[in-house]
Design a protein around this ligand. Structure first.
Ligand code: NAD
Length: 463
């Protein structure tokens, strides 16, 4: 189906949705989505094995579970989120009654990336449906097997709620030219700018879930074994192709050798002596990204970086070993680009203030991780930096906490997803004000001397 046809089909149902898509209908749609995901579970597993060699446990925990958990959470809380809420009148508005009434924005566009190609296409759909919107989904062309399954999952939903349009940049461009009411984009900051510019043409609102380099700061009092385990897991899950994966690590010089040893031990414990033979380690999405990562590694080594662990590559299998680099420098590409692969620079430091200055000098990251026991150290880092979120002695897990908003700031994104924040992204919180016995009429023209005195009094009392 063309983008235009999908848009027209959903847009034409907007009036009926406003009328009929209430709490119970939205719940039914979400239950249908959950049932369809469950019915296609075997296909999901096969598709993600094909696209990313994604281990089945990771598919369950990072693709299927987040969407089903989001549905479950939404089913439980939707009544409260949809409630029309009364607000107290301010002094000037005595005699009026005011309410906040969430209404669906209308017809939305969801553009998804390839790294979690199921959950990042269907998670935003949960939020759209919860808010009473319909949505066109454009999955990533780089994970084609999963894109096809997303199409089949959505095809099993009641008609008029969602359409999937498969295709690449050309299809995305065609869709972005249409007057959607909200655009929910997940992907790179570069394409995020293209999306925001396209949205401006129709003054569509946007949620931008973007990426960037998420740093880790290890403090002098950190439990290094725990830090190494969390960082190895966060970095090498999905072969590093995770928006909130630790991008690079700052560790005090005095702890660097011990941390590297702990990291090597954790990598061996998780992926064995030969990670290529491990059933727990994913592959790089395609030849282009493989060449990009190989180039980054070559560039770093050529400029004097040391491979402290890993470094092996097999192009035919798109395999890159969990790789740890030391001796990297600020000018190298590995310290400039979002790595988005299994390469982890470990950078020694002596002065925390310099690390904080360096983070603050760059674009605001999507996540920042701190490993330390000392509360003052943690507070210092948290208060003095800006990022989409902060993880303390943990990586990745804030993504799964549905009572926390998930999103970036500045270069890492705009707006937030998950739970009530996802509902709000697709809703307009409409203020409704009703006059009952306000005194507004006393201040209307003609403006006599008495009204002038009254206006002065009102200004003195309320201004
Ligand atoms: P991408 O920006 O290349 O592509 C994302 C989507 O945009 C795809 O569907 C693609 O077809 C489309 N697209 C690509 N170029 C386009 C163009 N010129 N015009 C219109 N549409 C276009 O991103 P990606 O490579 O799929 O994903 C990796 C990036 O996404 C990383 O930066 C990562 O950090 C980020 N990411 C962020 C989150 C998050 O939740 N914040 C989650 C996953 C990935």
């Amino acid at each position: 189906m063309s983008g235009q046809a999908a848009f027209d089909r959903l847009k034409s149902g907007e009036a009926a949705r406003k009328r009929d898509f209430g709490l119970e209908a939205r719940r039914a749609a979400l239950r249908a989505l959950a049932a369809s995901i469950r019915a296609h579970e075997a296909e999901i597993m096969a598709a993600l094995a094909q696209d990313l060699h994604k281990p089945a446990v990771e598919v369950r925990l990072t693709e299927i579970l987040p969407v089903l958990a989001e549905i479950r959470h939404t089913l439980r809380h939707l009544r409260g989120w949809m409630r029309v809420r009364g607000v107290w009148p301010t002094l000037a508005m005595l005699g009026t009654r005011a309410r906040l009434r969430p209404e669906p924005k209308g017809t939305a566009l969801i553009v998804a990336p390839w790294n979690y190609p199921l959950s990042l296409a269907l998670g935003p759909l949960v939020s759209a449906l919860s808010a009473g919107c319909a949505a066109v989904i454009k999955p990533s062309e780089m994970a084609p097997a999963t894109a096809a399954v997303v199409g089949r999952i959505v095809a099993d939903l009641p008609p008029g709620l969602a359409e999937v349009v498969e295709g690449g940049v050309e299809t995305a461009t065609e869709l972005l030219a249409l007057p959607f009411d909200h655009i929910f984009f997940t992907g790179s900051p570069e394409v995020g700018k293209v999306v925001m510019a396209a949205a401006a043409k129709h003054l569509a609102s946007v949620t931008l879930e973007l990426g960037g380099k998420s740093p880790v700061i290890i403090g002098p009092g950190a439990d290094l074994k725990r830090a190494a385990r969390m960082i190895a897991w966060g970095k090498f899950a999905n072969a590093g192709q995770t928006c909130i994966a630790p991008d690079h690590v700052f560790v005090p010089h005095a702890q660097q050798a011990a941390f590297l040893a702990a990291l090597r031990a954790q990598i061996a414990a998780m992926y064995g002596a030969d990670p290529q033979a491990s059933g727990s380690f994913a592959r790089i999405i395609n030849a282009r990204h493989f060449a990009r990562l190989a180039g980054l590694l070559r560039d770093a080594q050529g400029q004097g970086a040391t491979v402290a662990q890993g470094g092996e590559m097999r192009e035919g299998d798109r395999y890159m070993a969990p790789t740890v680099l030391t001796d990297t420098r600020a000018g190298m590409e590995v310290e400039r680009q979002e790595l988005f692969g299994p390469i982890l620079p470990v950078i020694g430091y002596d002065d925390l203030a310099a690390v904080i200055d360096r983070i603050n000098a760059g674009p605001k990251p999507l996540a920042l991780y701190v490993f330390e026991k000392d509360r003052a150290f943690i507070e210092n880092v948290t208060a003095q930096t800006s990022s989409g979120a902060v993880g303390i002695n943990v990586t990745l897990a804030h993504y799964l906490h549905l009572n926390l908003p998930f999103g970036g700031i500045g270069n890492s994104g705009l707006g937030a997803a998950h739970g009530i924040w996802g509902f709000r992204a697709f809703s307009h919180e409409k203020p409704v004000l009703e006059d009952r016995f306000s005194s507004l009429a006393l201040l209307m023209p003609p403006y006599s001397g008495a009204k002038d005195r009254l206006a002065r009094l009102v200004q003195r009392l309320l201004g």
